[in-house]
Design a protein around this ligand. Structure first.
Ligand code: ADP
Ligand code: ZN
Ligand code: ZN
Length: 646
């Protein structure tokens, strides 16, 4: 009887061979002893021989599944993913399959909203887009149009046609918690055939959905990033909504981008791919410009509404974050009985707590980042590791008692709002507030129904929010994204302003938008305010060309972290010396300390390869990493096409 080859969710490159008293098919999970532990692994092969050098063969304990979770073809797909992202086969499988990974993040429940009304006739633009999408097979299209231009309807009609052809559909959204209206709409429109996959599901629900897809009962899969791996038998269409969103890139191993996986899968299975956004990524824009991605544009807003006017406020000329113009506009709009949406990408009360005598900032004990003061709990909190401490009364550096909070977080703005507009109902919606059960659901419903006058929030409110009563939307500080030390900060700021602007005047053509910043001349701010979208992308693409950043190169980032700073330093130096000569294929940048040099007590250093030849750089990096022996106490992170360099 053949042996069993198992892959485990461990950063170990090789698989393990086991004995089994009964045959267990490929694709099943089994419990097996490894060292002193018992782990769950996947059956990935049935070798006839024990690998050379293995003397003692252990037996698996028992099979977890009776029916396989995947087949040979899926395994090939997993191998491709593990090669591409340089992780182990087990790590790849664990991110692709249900029950593979423990989801650590507690997600807010899915918000409750009414499904969108059924659309009667398509606009001319929608019809044209639909025709193009279906005019031949296997092509990639990009649906570009402002929020409210009717992209969703085109996605749904394309899905409908694909299902009629007898093939399956995967519909990716960045955050399922904000997509309830879509879930409801889909269930009504495609009864019985919708499966929803997201990290908020219990492992057993995930498995149930997986089985429904495997059996062919569900042919329409909606989900976040990992839904791209859904085991549809005949995939016909993948839709990527809000293509520019950073959440499509996994921030843990395997660090894949759902867009890249989708492109591969669509090519392999002859399926169509449609991406869409009001603010495409710079990469997508340049693909469209070069004609490698079919650009389909929707103009106007079929449900009414117009692009709102955007006014820039220079914060250098203001006393606080509530500028004169903002307060006036808010008073006027609230006086008309309309709603206001305020956006600030910074949780907590203040983002700095520092000494007035010596300027010392209070930092986290474990991370090289300042702590944020959270007034509601009267604690200084680290947003990276969760460390909490009482605000110090005296300066840890010079013992002065003049400690002060400065800078604005959502908590502080909330307090200012209630001082400025005491009679109005204001609600704060951020990750802290959304932790309370039912909060997200209730807030979104109340805001839509006009029961809340002012909604203040972080990222969460910038997308997915559907409130017809909003007249004024404001980005309180564009600088939170603009000042990040990252080559994408400009792109992100532009997208943020456009997305927030999309929340005002969605249905009524009288929206107003205010953008506040200390850098009113930054191109991202200036061009967003003038709605000069093409100009922004042209300028950004030029900039990237001059600097040699993507899409004019591909980046490979290697991060080493560990508690021993010396070890971290010498290991990254070693990797660097292996890769110092890239010839015409790549250029080595670094090694250097990461912008955030320490997280949770671990020192972090990185290097970046800026590559003009993806395959050769990839091969060289993989070879270098396999030549270097693992060092105890160090973790290696490889990130190809990173979306963040922090
Ligand atoms: P997007 O996805 O581009 O943000 P949506 O598809 O959500 O836009 O459309 C915005 C609004 O326009 C929705 O309320 C939708 O029902 C409505 N809508 C879409 N297409 C049409 C149409 N052809 N006729 C009338 N209303 C439409
Ligand atoms: Zn001091
Ligand atoms: Zn910390």
């Amino acid at each position: 009887m053949p042996y069993l080859e198992l892959a485990f969710n461990l950063p170990i490159r090789s698989n393990y061979t086991y004995d089994s008293s009964s045959p267990i098919p490929l694709g099943c999970r089994v419990k097996a002893p490894l060292g002193k532990r018992t782990l769950v692994g996947w059956v990935v092969g049935h070798p006839d021989q024990v690998p050379e050098g293995v003397t003692e063969l252990r037996a698996v304990e028992k099979a977890v599944d009776t029916e396989p979770l995947f087949d040979e073809k899926f395994l090939e797909f997993a191998r491709w993913l593990s090669d591409l992202t340089m992780c182990s086969l087990g790590e790849a499988l664990s991110s692709m399959l249900p029950g593979g990974k423990r989801e650590s993040r507690a997600l807010p429940e899915i918000a409750d909203t009414d499904p969108a009304p059924v659309v009667g006739r398509l606009t001319e633009g929608q019809k044209k887009a639909l025709l193009s999408i279906f005019d031949d097979l296997g092509d990639w299209s990009y649906l570009y149009g402002v929020t409210g231009s009717g992209k969703t309807e085109v996605f749904l009609r394309s899905a409908e046609r694909t299902l009629e052809e007898g093939r399956g559909v995967i519909y990716l959204v960045p955050e399922i918690a904000l997509s309830h209206h879509l879930v409801e709409g889909l269930r009504q429109r495609f009864p019985g055939t919708v499966a929803v996959i997201h990290s908020g599901l219990t492992p057993s629900r995930r498995l149930t959905e997986w089985r429904r897809i495997q059996s062919g009962e569900a042919r329409f899969v909606l989900g976040a990033r990992s839904a791209i791996f859904a085991p549809l038998k005949r995939l016909g269409l993948v839709i990527i909504d809000e293509e520019h969103e950073g959440s499509y890139k996994s921030s843990a191993s395997p660090r894949y981008h759902a867009r890249q996986v989708a492109m591969k899968r669509c090519r392999d299975e002859g399926a169509r791919l449609i991406m869409g956004s009001a603010t495409p990524s710079v990469e997508a824009w340049s693909l469209m410009r070069d004609g490698r991605l079919r650009r389909l544009e929707l103009v106007g807003r079929p449900a009414g509404g117009e692009t709102p006017d955007i006014t820039i406020v220079d914060l250098k000329k203001e006393k606080g974050i509530f500028s004169k113009l903002l307060v006036e506009s808010m008073s006027r709009v609230l006086g008309e009985g309309r709603q206001v949406l305020l956006f600030l990408n910074r949780r907590g009360f203040s983002y700095q707590y520092s000494c007035r005598s010596c300027g010392e900032e209070v930092h986290c004990r474990h991370c090289s980042v300042p702590l944020t003061y959270h007034k509601s709990v009267d604690r200084m909190v680290c947003h990276y590791c969760g460390y909490r401490t009482r605000p110090p009364r005296t300066c840890p550096e010079c013992s002065s008692i003049e400690m002060q909070a400065s800078g604005f977080g959502t908590e502080r703005v909330e307090q200012d709002i209630s001082r400025l507009f005491p009679e109005k109902k204001a609600v704060r919606l951020d990750a802290d507030a959304a932790r309370r059960k039912g909060m997200l659901k209730t807030t979104l419903r109340e805001f839509r129904d006009g029961e809340i006058d002012i909604l203040l929030g972080t990222q969460m409110v910038a997308k997915g929010l559907n409130a017809p009563g909003v007249k004024l939307a404001c980005v309180l500080s564009a600088d939170t994204t603009l000042n990040l030390p990252d080559f994408r900060s400009s792109e992100r700021t532009f997208a943020l302003i456009m997305q927030v602007a999309g929340r005002a005047g969605r249905f009524v053509p009288d929206g107003e938008v205010v953008v506040q910043t200390f850098r009113p001349d930054a191109p991202a701010v200036r061009l967003a305010a003038k709605n000069q979208v093409a100009e922004f992308y042209e300028q950004e693409i030029d900039e990237r060309r001059i600097l040699g950043f993507p899409p004019f190169s591909r980046l490979f980032r290697v991060v080493i972290r560990g508690r021993d700073e010396g070890k971290v330093r010498s290991f990254i130096e070693k990797i660097a010396s292996e890769l110092s000569d890239g010839g015409n294929d790549w250029e080595l940048m670094g090694p250097a300390e990461c912008p955030i040099g320490k997280i949770s007590g671990q020192f972090r250093r990185h290097l970046i390869l800026r590559s003009s030849s993806f395959d050769r750089t990839h091969a060289a990096l993989a070879a270098a990493m396999s030549r270097l022996p693992a060092v105890y106490g160090l973790r290696i992170g490889i990130d190809i096409d990173p979306v963040s360099l922090l």
